[in-house]
Ligand binder design. Structure first.
Ligand code: NAG
Ligand code: NAG
Ligand code: NAG
Length: 274
């Protein structure tokens, strides 16, 4: 969900997005961003950057999505759109290239803090900086969810997640449908229904919930499910995870959101280590 709370990384004192460089001109390599299988950089005159999904001889999986202008954004037909600008560039006589970005804090792989849907928590300062790093880092279970339903109470029960498990990443139909690679926002994604959220809170010890589209809650239940999950302030929601190449099982999860004072969400880099 998008609350209009943006990140501004402004290096200049003047607040202007008037510079008009097209993204392709300013960022010539962005066009090739989907070629993840680049050759190893050779060094030399024109080294080729390496983009990877897996590191460390197959042990470390990047489960964050790359920020791209054509990635989906909440309720948007046209995707994220331009989020990077290059107001200061060497071609323009600056000593260095210096980019700025602007986007919802709920874009791409990101976390939700209690203030996202509970007004009094927002006012009291329960922002992303207050989220527990211990919850965000530790053993996590990746589970495959039945593909024909949302995550209802019945589905939650059928998954038989052992009582001690504190972090669960739900791999769903969203991954099969490659929804995070489709520009247009799709309201038919799967997520926790209200009764699924209630069941989880009452019957498990799960304190970190991850899913593979922009919201952990199904679209029709988006707000009530979020309230159920965030009301007790001890559950962290991680949304838009990239679970495509991940086998179900136990991993070590590491998720690090930015310390955005006052913000009820933040982009996060999340990885799994086997
Ligand atoms: C600044 O640089 C960008 C990108 O190289 C270019 O498109 C733009 O025209 C430049 N602006 C000025 C004022 O030189
Ligand atoms: C950014 O810096 C490099 C030099 O390090 C330069 O080759 C490149 O053209 C710069 N980009 C722009 C848009 O100025
Ligand atoms: C999940 O729920 C959404 C509405 O919130 C609905 O559009 C979608 O079809 C449901 N998906 C499945 C697989 O039942």
């Amino acid at each position: 969900m998008v609350i209009f709370f943006h990140i501004f990384f402004l290096t200049a004192t003047t607040f202007t997005f008037a510079f008009t460089a097209s993204v392709a001109t300013a960022y010539p390599t962005v066009r090739d961003i989907n070629t993840a299988d680049c050759e190893l950089a050779t060094g030399g005159e024109n080294p080729i950057p390496i983009r990877r999904e897996v590191y460390g001889d197959g042990r470390i999986f990047d489960i964050s999505h790359m920020y791209r202008s054509d990635m989906p954004a909440w309720n948007s037909k046209h995707g994220l759109g331009q989020f990077l600008w290059l107001p200061a560039s060497m071609k323009n006589g600056s000593l260095a290239n210096n980019s700025e970005m602007k986007m919802s804090v709920h874009t791409g792989t990101h976390v939700d803090a209690p203030g996202h849907v509970v007004g009094r928590y927002f006012d009291a300062g329960f922002d992303v900086d207050t989220l527990d790093l211990e919850t965000l880092n530790g053993p996590a279970l990746v589970v495959d969810v039945p593909r024909d339903k949302n995550i209802t109470a019945g589905v939650m029960e059928s998954l038989k997640i052992p009582k001690g498990v504190r972090r669960v990443l739900f791999r769903t139909l969203n991954t099969d449908r490659q929804l995070m690679f489709k520009k247009e926002f799709d309201t038919s994604y799967v997520g926790l229904t209200m009764d699924g959220a209630e069941w989880l809170v009452k019957n498990t010890n799960i304190k970190l919930i991850g899913t593979d589209y922009l919201s952990v809650a199904a679209y029709d239940d988006a707000i009530p499910s979020h309230i159920i999950l965030l009301e007790l302030r001890d559950i962290i929601l991680v949304e838009s995870l990239k679970l495509d190449c991940i086998e179900p099982g136990i991993y070590s999860l590491h998720c690090l959101p930015l310390r955005l004072l006052g913000a009820e969400g933040s982009p996060a880099r999340c990885i799994l280590i086997k």
